[in-house]
Write a protein that binds this ligand. Structure first.
Ligand SMILES: [Zn+2]
Length: 483
């Protein structure tokens, strides 16, 4: 089987054939650093990180460019409200966002491009468009792209001229000729951030940034361009218009767009103030809990982040690592069969899920199938197979950024978190367990069971294993009691 990708340009699932054999050139629109990065940024970054990882797993050499928009009206407004220099503010936010993405298990792209480092290239790009008649400058020092000069405009979004949709309303930009025309260069006031250009001082429009950086680092035609679905129009439509007007060649072969995030059925928005910041998620949850939550649907669907969704996945992550911890103990001294049938089977099933337009949803449900099988093998004490399957899963699911941590540590961290949240008194638990033990020795099973039920009410499960009494937290029960 070969990789099939849903191409937003053709609205079809197509076989993936990169321009150059064995190599993939990929660009994903990055973050405008006008504030702290939120779950929507995390979603897009994790999706395209996973796609990159899977392409590499499939044997491609991937050159992946992601950009930061570090000059923009919103950044200027935000920096001004804080009384700081907008470029300093943008730099600080880029460093912070880089750190957060890395804590989410997102690989550094091959090239991390910054708009302000490519201003000269943008100016040259715009000048060529003017020379070819695809753009015009105005008396006020703005430059606009002439949409009527690109007959294919609308081919990505399927928005046509008669839809009468313009990227920025004409009242906001009174000097443009056609409603659909969009700014390539915006004149700037003396108190703003600006660069010198043939049209006077100003700064680039947002769309020209991505076209310029994509071409500068990857060439005129690239294989994959990605972003959130909200970027299709006008951003990506405008990127195509500028780029293809300049080169006369296809700009991108495969357009991929991820779905959007809803919070408790509502669109995430500034006015509702319902966004979830990456730093808050990382404070509350293991990063694999976050990745699992964002990858358990296929990337094109919207995700509804309802209350309790992270806890559900935290429980799953806890369960997996508890199992892995058990295997580590049981399999101590076992030698892995690197070339076993289990490995080949899991790899084949994983690839068939991911080759189907990167279907992480199916890949994750396959994972839980293997976990159930492994629980059966634990009961059968089939230790060699457990060791082999665990090795396969860890190696294959690194593509999704899952199963990559020390089992013991994850179990202890999550357990400690719940002990803390629910103020479980560990000494009191031990005291009750001792009392239960003496009841059992006196064959007073009724009283002993009562103690077990008292603990269960607090979300603590008691297990008698091989003469030893162990206790564990029951995340689902604890969360149910809380609701
Ligand atoms: Zn972009």
């Amino acid at each position: 089987m070969s990789l099939k990708i849903y191409n937003v340009l053709s609205k079809k699932r197509e076989e993936f054939v990169p321009r150059e054999d064995g190599k993939v050139k990929m660009y994903a629109c990055g973050i405008t650093v006008s504030g702290d990065a939120h779950i929507g940024h995390a979603y897009q970054a994790i999706i395209f990180d996973t796609i990159k990882k899977y392409l590499e797993y499939s044997g491609y050499k991937v050159t992946y460019v992601r950009n930061y928009t570090d000059v923009d009206d919103k950044i200027i407004v935000k920096a001004r409200s804080l009384g700081v220099n907008p470029l300093d503010y943008a730099n600080k936010m880029i460093d912070k966002t880089d750190r957060e993405l890395s804590l989410l298990g997102v690989d550094k792209p091959t090239i991390c491009a910054r708009a302000t480092e490519c201003i000269d290239d943008m100016i040259k790009f715009i000048q060529k468009l003017i020379d070819a008649g695809h753009a015009y400058s105005t008396d006020s020092g703005n430059v606009f792209f002439r949409v009527s000069s690109f007959p294919e405009y609308g081919k990505l979004s399927r928005i046509v001229a008669s839809d009468n949709i313009s990227s920025v309303r004409k009242e906001m930009e009174p000097d443009k000729i056609d409603d659909r025309d969009f700014a390539l260069w915006k004149t700037a006031g003396a108190d703003e951030i600006f660069w010198q250009s043939p049209w006077g001082v100003g700064r680039p429009g947002w769309h020209i940034e991505c076209s310029t950086m994509s071409m500068k680092f990857l060439g005129e035609t690239i294989d994959i361009h990605g972003g959130g679905r909200d970027l299709i129009f006008p951003h990506h439509e405008n990127e195509i218009a500028q780029s293809e007007s300049l080169t006369g060649k296809p700009f991108v072969l495969y357009w991929l767009h991820n779905g959007l995030i809803k919070i408790n059925d509502q669109k995430m928005s500034k006015s509702l103030n319902n966004g979830i910041l990456i730093e808050d998620m990382l404070r509350d949850y293991n990063y694999e809990v976050i990745r699992m939550t964002l990858l358990e649907n296929s990337y094109r669907s919207d995700i509804n982040i309802v209350d309790g969704i992270f806890e559900q996945n935290e429980e799953k992550v806890y369960m997996i690592y508890k199992l892995f911890d058990t295997i580590d103990k049981l399999g101590n001294g076992c030698i892995v069969n690197y070339d076993c049938d289990e490995y080949k089977d899991i790899d084949r099933e994983f690839r068939s899920a991911m080759d189907n337009d990167f279907n992480t949803s199916v890949a994750i449900s396959l994972l839980f199938g293997y976990i159930s099988e492994m629980n059966i093998l634990v009961r059968k004490k089939d230790i060699q197979r457990l060791v082999d399957i665990k090795y396969a899963l860890v190696n294959i699911y690194k593509v999704l950024g899952l199963l990559q941590q020390d089992s013991r540590k994850v179990v202890e961290d999550i357990k400690a978190k719940y002990i803390d949240i629910y103020k479980i008194d560990v000494l009191e638990v031990d005291r009750l367990l001792k009392k239960r033990q003496s009841m059992r020795e006196e064959k007073n099973y009724l009283e002993a069971d009562k103690i077990r039920d008292i603990l269960l009410d607090k979300g603590i499960v008691v297990k008698d294993i091989g003469g030893e009494v162990l206790w564990d937290i029951d995340i689902s029960l604890i969360n149910k009691n809380r609701l």
